[in-house]
Design a protein around this ligand. Structure first.
Ligand code: RFL
Ligand code: PHB
Length: 389
């Protein structure tokens, strides 16, 4: 078949881009290696910035998010003794939206038929060809038959492990990476949240985060060494650890219940630059990873998609080749700022095994500074709600 843009991956980046291109009258197809249910089964991000909310509004797919999402005016940093409240609404005039990645993905999936967005699930052996030139194509296998999509552009929205980034010829791109010596153990559970706002805690036993998906569904995290196995973490063991790390006030409000999902994810900072090579544009996790501490991963995928839509719209609308050329620099300028914020919040809120008394003193001093300085709180708040696109 022939189309204008072949999108690889039906995660949030691929589905958002597909809908936005369709809304601009641009032909596209999405190829996804997994089933729709598998994609929906991944429990990931929970906090949406304005850019992500704004794209759902622009698509007119924001009704459920507006009805069921929880707008938050602030969040908290706990340092073992006190809660430092970051009043993002007062400091920035903005809010964040607590609404799960699963829900966004479901809203985008549910609208595909009505909006004429074709998604091929269980597309195997997806391979990119001739990305250096103007006539790239993608091959894949579906139900045992080889298929070919000819297109003008390929959008690589296939996450960190997908084939798109790997198709860029060796030596063309540069990788920047930082791997962290711990992972986050996440637990989803149908109990009311222990606090009406998120709490990120730095405790001597390690990091903890109290988050939520709704008034009746909580999402909790603790950091654990990468050597830990999920089988060794019973629900009770996770609850005990959360109660200690989040501090006595939060612990008093914790309702315990069985987990409905529990897994350990490694933490990584990673950027691949440039984010475009020839006819291939990379969006989302295929080009960069952030540690989840600032809740930036999904939101960066959304800002990439915003810039990619702008570039592809200019190209197909008025043959503006320069807009395609500008995509990578525009996207990366925002990516690097989110990388910086996620890295610095990770550094501030976790106990690194290699840290000595000096590094710990730096954390204490920084938390004390944040607690006492409106300027410091404003800086954190404006990064947390998301820098402008
Ligand atoms: P996704 O969501 O990984 O989607 C990529 C899609 O591409 C498909 N794919 C292929 N399709 C066809 N052929 C192939 N060969 C393919 N290979 C892969 C995959 O099946 C998938 O459907 O990337 P996208 O769309 O860029 O979205 C990015 C976000 O998902 C990601 O940034 C965040 O979820 C990151 N992240 C978190 N971000 C937060 O803001 N808060 C969190 O709490 C949070 N938790 C997480 C996370 C990422 C995790 N990963 C990647 C391991 C927890 C985890 C476990
Ligand atoms: C989540 O609710 O899953 C979540 C919230 C904030 C983060 C990371 C994850 O920084």
């Amino acid at each position: 078949m022939k189309t204008q843009v072949c999108i690889i991956g039906a995660g949030p980046a691929g589905l958002l881009l597909g809908h936005l291109l369709r809304a601009e009258g641009i032909d596209c197809i999405v190829l996804e290696q997994r089933t729709g249910d598998y994609v929906l089964g991944r429990i990931r991000a929970g906090v949406l910035e304005q850019v992500t909310v704004g794209l759902m509004e622009r698509l007119g797919l924001d009704a459920r998010m507006k009805a069921e999402g929880l707008p938050h005016d602030g969040f908290n940093l706990a340092d073992g003794e006190r809660l430092i409240h970051i009043d993002i609404a007062a400091l920035t005039g903005k809010q964040v939206m607590v609404y799960g990645q699963t829900e966004i993905t479901r809203d985008l999936m549910d609208a595909c038929d009505e909006r004429g967005l074709q998604v091929v699930y269980e597309a195997e052996n997806v391979a990119l060809h001739d990305i250096d030139g103007d006539t790239p194509y993608v091959t894949y296998t579906k139900d045992g038959a080889e298929q070919r999509v000819d297109c003008r552009f390929i959008a690589g929205c296939d996450g960190f492990h997908g084939p798109s980034r790997k198709s860029v010829p060796a030596g063309v791109g540069k990788e920047f990476e930082r791997v962290y010596p711990f992972g986050w153990l996440g637990m989803l559970t149908d109990v009311p949240p222990c606090n009406h706002e998120l709490i990120y805690a730095n405790h001597e036993r390690g990091f903890a985060l109290a988050s939520m998906r709704s008034e009746t569904r909580s999402r909790y995290y603790i950091d654990v060494p990468l050597t830990e196995k999920i089988e060794d973490w019973s629900d009770e063991r996770v609850w005990d650890e959360l109660a200690i790390r989040l501090g006595p006030d939060a612990a008093a409000n914790i309702t315990r219940g069985p987990s409905i999902e529990k897994s350990i994810a490694p933490l990584r900072s990673y950027v691949f630059a440039p984010m475009r090579h020839g006819s291939l544009l990379l969006c989302g996790d295929s080009a960069h990873i952030v540690p989840p501490t600032g809740a930036k991963g999904l939101n960066l995928a959304a800002s990439d998609v915003y810039y990619a839509t702008e570039a592809l719209g200019a190209f197909f609308g008025r043959n503006d080749v320069a807009a395609i050329g500008a995509y990578s620099d525009k996207a990366l300028a925002r990516v690097w700022k989110s990388e910086r914020f996620s890295w610095s919040l990770t550094r501030l809120m976790h106990r690194f095994p290699e840290d000595g008394p000096f590094e710990r003193a730096m954390q204490v001093a920084e938390l004390d500074y944040i607690a006492s300085s409106r300027a410091a709180q404003t800086s954190i708040a404006e990064n947390y709600v998301g820098l402008p696109v």
